[in-house]
Design a protein around this ligand. Sequence first.
Ligand code: 5GP
Ligand code: ZN
Length: 113
Amino acid sequence: MDNCLFCKIIAGEIPSSKVYEDDEILAFKDINPMAPVHILIIPKVHIDGADKLNENNTDVVSKIFAVAAKLAEEFKLENGFRIVTNVGCDGGQTVRHLHFHLLGGKKLNTELC
Ligand code: 5GP
Ligand code: ZN
């Protein structure tokens, strides 16, 4: 999609530090890490956010969670980790392309909001 930062990263128009890629999914390091491990996992197809998921486009979400588990093992998050997706203005979503934050490598703040 035009003017979508993460679509530009997928297209290689903006560089990123990739940690996983397949036909449907890309994972790369967050530019502003909030934890020792902070990876963004995104579908290559543009979906605005979790509010735009439906029965026709959720298959990729289960695949994203499988990739998250694989990356957690690779990055040695054996003590645990967190997966977060922000939605819309109140949810704090700044990039309107569905993405899941994989956070770990330290004891995370337990406050959800
Ligand atoms: P959100 O706030 O939408 O849930 O998360 C967007 C995330 O994208 C933020 O954590 C932010 O640091 C990250 N981000 C924004 N621009 C870039 C970029 O150009 N490259 C990378 N790797 N991450 C970015
Ligand atoms: Zn996009």
